[in-house]
Design a binder for this molecule. Structure first.
Ligand SMILES: [Zn+2]
Ligand SMILES: [Zn+2]
Length: 454
């Protein structure tokens, strides 16, 4: 049965057609997601329906408070809720750092029964980590369709100036009012679109993992994300004009990405090499004290960067691979270790190697993967052929005036080069980049990005 998204008269989302026996363990979606117009008024009812209590801390920054937070506060108070506002004031953009997290923590009292975040990435993540640490449920009211993290259970934060990821919790209720979303500036909307476009890469990499390593790949999650991203590509003009339809398609795509994470408890359907590269830029830029581009904007640019390599790989003749030459060029475990420390730093590099012990392959395993790729190359080509033409993706981004190149995002040359080589090493998750490397092709493909290492 095909996956379908429905809404009831309360604008609550439900999804049918998710029955599946793919081998991934499936969990029930037990969160309430609302998408529609004029929803702010209905938030008290949504909270009562879920029985979260009446005492809350409302988290916002100056901007999101003005856009929606103030109205949410008034509506809740009028309905008899006890609201402690925690509006975070900053000269520049609010960051999800120690100070912001601390401000939220100190606004929470023994009476607090739940938290409500009114904002996009930063406000939501700052609230999310506090919800996890205090075991309080939280409600997310989205203000911009700028990233796919609303339904996430991981909080990317800044701790003592370093980028960290902490396990946190998913909101019990997510409310996305389409009128509020349409007030978001175009660069935030373009960022959301960039984040969604990366799903084509994530999907192809997941299917490659299934072909090469027999990794379970959930057709329901794939279909859910594919339908959503296709709808987005087909309706980019609606998005550019911020129509109700356009905003719904974009936020649905961003939220459905999160729903797949709820279902299979991992981010396989939504993030792969394009996210690794974007996160690497962010991590290093933060270390250098430079403000990184928006998450989705980076994902959009890295998606454009890696896409041509998929097309090129599909044209390879793998029967011509010289296995002896590939074996002779393998790097030693010691050299790989030095490379990881060079790329990710002493602490980060060691942590990644500890968490992904199988990533240094024996020759036997590498050979098995090469031979599997040779035998099943028609299937691999079909996966790549199912991706839309790159020109179409570029067109979508141009329509939204999105940033298209690393130069436009001011990614330094050395960082760009390093990221193209080390993005694949961030985790075990299988990607075309890993396969190209295993087939001895990656360095040749990345000749424009000379290896930043001895
Ligand atoms: Zn993302
Ligand atoms: Zn499945």
């Amino acid at each position: 049965m095909a996956v379908q998204v429905h809404y009831d008269q309360d604008c609550k989302m439900s999804i049918t057609g998710v029955e599946c026996n793919c081998g991934c363990e499936h969990r029930v979606i037990d969160k309430d997601i609302y998408i529609g117009r004029g929803l702010i008024e209905r938030i008290p009812g949504y909270i009562q329906r879920r029985g979260l209590g009446t005492h809350c801390v409302l988290v916002a920054d100056d901007n999101t408070y003005r856009v929606a937070g103030e109205q949410v506060e008034k509506t809740l108070k009028a309905a008899g809720f006890d609201v402690v506002p925690c509006v975070i004031h900053r000269e520049n953009d609010m960051l999800p750092d120690d100070l912001s997290c601390g401000e939220v923590l100190l606004s929470i009292t023994r009476e607090t029964e739940f938290l409500i975040a009114v904002g996009s990435g930063t406000v939501t993540d700052t609230t999310r980590i506090n919800a996890e640490r205090t075991h309080l449920p939280f409600v997310s009211v989205g203000t911009a369709p700028s990233m796919d993290g609303y339904a996430s259970a991981v909080a990317p934060l800044l701790h003592r100036g370093l980028k960290i990821q902490r396990p946190a919790v998913c909101p019990e209720i997510i409310v996305c009012d389409l009128d509020v979303l349409a007030t978001a500036p175009m660069h935030m909307i373009a960022s959301g679109v960039g984040d969604v476009l990366g799903k084509y890469i994530a999907k192809a990499d997941w299917q490659l993992g299934q072909i090469i390593n027999g990794e379970p790949c959930c057709p329901v999650c794939v279909e859910m994300v594919t339908n959503a991203v296709n709808a987005l590509v087909d309706n980019v003009d609606e998005i550019a004009q911020k129509t109700e339809k356009g905003m719904r398609i974009l936020i649905e795509a961003l939220l459905l990405a999160g729903v797949t994470i709820m279902i299979i408890d991992n981010t396989r359907a939504v993030a792969s090499i394009e996210h690794n590269i974007a996160q690497y830029w962010e991590m290093i830029l933060v270390q250098r004290g430079i403000e990184p581009p928006m998450h989705g904007a980076s994902v959009g640019v890295s998606t454009l960067l890696v896409w041509p390599l998929f097309e090129r790989f599909a044209k390879e003749d793998l029967s011509k691979l010289d296995l002896d030459a590939i074996r002779a060029k393998r790097i030693s475990r010691e050299k790989r270790e030095r490379w990881m420390l060079h790329a990710y730093g002493e602490e980060g590099g060691r942590q990644i190697m500890r968490e992904n012990p199988g990533d240094f392959l024996t020759w036997e395993e590498q050979e098995r993967r090469i031979r599997t790729a040779q035998e099943r190359f028609e299937e691999i080509k079909a996966v790549i052929a199912a991706m839309p033409p790159l020109e179409k993706i570029k067109q979508v981004m141009m329509t939204l005036n999105a940033e298209m190149t690393p130069e436009e995002e001011e990614i330094p040359e050395d960082l760009l080069r390093c990221s193209m080589h080390c993005g694949k090493d961030y985790r075990t998750r299988y990607t075309l980049f890993k396969l190209m490397d295993e087939c001895g092709l990656l360095e040749d493909y990345l000749a424009d990005y000379p290896y930043p290492f001895e």
